[in-house]
Write a protein that binds this ligand. Structure first.
Ligand SMILES: O=c1[nH]c(=O)n([C@H]2C[C@H](O)[C@@H](COP(=O)(O)O)O2)cc1CO
Ligand SMILES: [Zn+2]
Length: 161
């Protein structure tokens, strides 16, 4: 019997895990996921955007607009930072798969952690200054940036069969 066709590529697998992780996010507008792998393709950290430990999800605001302290922005931990903080070992020379291109704050953390490659899916905020700053941070630190185009339309997990 020949091998199965249409199995997940490594890129699809790790980006798929980043997306699955993002599905844990309670942010009603943007769900971000991240998955960090080492040079042996072992997963060593996963994260999604959410409030810090101890913050009740029901008491924190998910608002995008209004008085700064009444919005989510000062409180939410970004997916990339959560993945870094959740990692089980050194991130030197690792690769991070992210559903969205990282902001400049996450870019700084990615560089300082020793991550050498960023594989991203969405770059919809590419014109924001914070994204331009991220690119500059990555370029200066020789962190490779790679846009991942996934050709299949979806990955289905069927719990019924
Ligand atoms: O790098 C990032 N990583 C990350 O996890 N996020 C999270 C924070 C917020 O919960 C959400 C952005 O929300 P919004 O698109 O409504 O502004 O995504 C946002 C960024 C910035 O693009
Ligand atoms: Zn960020």
């Amino acid at each position: 019997m020949s091998k199965r066709e249409n199995y997940l590529s490594w890129d699809e697998y790790f980006m798929g895990i980043a997306f699955l992780s993002g599905m844990r996010s309670k942010d009603p507008s943007t769900q971000v996921g991240a998955c960090i792998i080492d040079e042996d393709k072992k997963i060593i950290g996963i994260g999604y955007n959410g409030f810090p430990h101890g913050s009740s999800d029901d008491e924190m605001p998910w608002e995008r607009e209004g008085e700064f302290l009444e919005t989510k922005y000062p409180y939410v931990v970004h997916a990339e930072l959560n993945a870094i903080l959740n990692s089980i070992k050194s991130l030197k020379n690792c690769t991070i798969y992210v559903t969205h291109f990282p902001c400049n704050e996450c870019a700084k953390a990615i560089v300082q952690a020793g991550i050498k490659k960023v594989v991203y899916f969405s770059d919809k905020h590419k014109d924001l200054d914070s994204t331009k700053a991220s690119r500059k941070i990555f370029e200066n630190a020789n962190v490779e940036m790679a846009h991942l185009e996934i050709l299949r339309e979806n990955i289905v997990i069927n719990f019924k069969d």
